[in-house]
Design a protein around this ligand. Structure first.
Ligand SMILES: NC(=O)c1ccc[n+]([C@@H]2O[C@H](COP(=O)([O-])OP(=O)(O)OC[C@H]3O[C@@H](n4cnc5c(N)ncnc54)[C@H](O)[C@@H]3O)[C@@H](O)[C@H]2O)c1
Length: 262
């Protein structure tokens, strides 16, 4: 079990998918978890499934006020904040030619501004808690294989995830004196709502047959012979967030079934 016992974690976009699975893994390891999302009903349901170790707060990651309220909620509810997981994100399959400036700005607002605002809003509490914790505090940012290599039809998403990757490294250096570690994780295709939507967007209007063909092609793209499940990523996030990763900062944990090894 990763060492997160007694810590408090705030996870953006954790009503479902990778964020929800991460909340479950961290809570099982003894952490208190704040589920934060724009999806209020689902977020409350996820928190209820976890039980008294979890609480839900509404969060729109594009809003600084919303972030400040979420951090305050976490600190007041559970007495501090040791782990921030910047997980909320959106995906659109768009080439540069198909992307309007409004599309580009939406991708930037959620996937990049959201990580910056979360980091900036949580920093004062993380600094205070890190000063009292034997190992310090941790931020884990969700990038992607799309933050490591380009793709023919995902320019805005690649831009945002590449930005998350290098912003992580800059923060790692900036926050090292505060004893706050900052790392990124880079999933391959994972079977979540977003993962299924990626397949649907690639398949287009061709129905189940087209969907299955794209899914098979994407399975083949992963040398390990399958796409990922949320637990594959949640375990990686929990490791980076835990004291087991005490000497890791500014690193990128690639959990992609071998996609980027090719
Ligand atoms: N699933 C994949 O294949 C995959 C691969 C690589 C990286 N990722 C990244 O992992 C993260 C989680 O992805 P997922 O697969 O769980 O996606 P998901 O769509 O299943 O879940 C994303 C969550 O983020 C929330 N969210 C979206 N906009 C928000 C906002 N403005 N404020 C607060 N919450 C918001 C959604 O409501 C949702 O609960 C994302 O950053 C994604 O880009 C996913």
């Amino acid at each position: 079990m990763n060492r997160v016992d007694g810590k408090v974690a705030l996870i953006s976009g954790s009503a479902r998918g990778l964020g929800a699975q991460t909340a479950k893994v961290l809570a099982a390891g003894g952490a208190k978890v704040v589920i934060a999302d724009i999806l209020d009903d689902l977020g409350q349901q996820t928190a209820a499934e976890i039980g008294s170790a979890a609480a839900f707060v509404h969060l729109d990651v594009t809003s600084e006020e919303s972030w400040q309220a979420a951090v305050k909620f976490a600190a007041e509810k559970f007495g501090g904040l040791h782990i921030l997981v910047n997980n909320a994100g959106i995906f659109r399959r768009q080439t540069t030619e198909e992307t309007s400036l409004a599309d580009w700005r939406l991708m930037t607002a959620v996937n990049l501004d959201g990580v910056f605002l979360g980091t900036k809003s949580a920093l004062p509490v993380l600094k205070t808690c890190a000063a009292k914790d034997p190992v310090g505090c941790a931020i884990v940012n969700l990038s992607s294989v799309a933050g490591l290599v380009g793709s023919a039809s995902g320019a805005p998403y690649c831009m945002s995830k590449g930005g998350v990757r290098i912003y992580t490294k800059a923060c790692a250096i900036e926050f090292a004196p505060y004893r706050i570690r900052v790392n990124s994780i880079h999933p391959g295709l994972i079977d979540t709502d977003m993962g299924r939507d990626v397949i649907a967007q690639m398949a287009g209007p061709g129905g189940t047959a087209a969907n299955n063909a794209v899914r098979d092609a994407l399975i083949s793209w992963h040398p390990i012979g399958r796409i990922g499940v949320p637990m594959d990523i949640a375990n990686g996030i929990a490791f980076l967030a835990s004291d087991d990763a005490a000497f890791m900062t500014g690193s990128e944990l690639v959990v992609d079934g071998g996609v980027t090894a090719q």
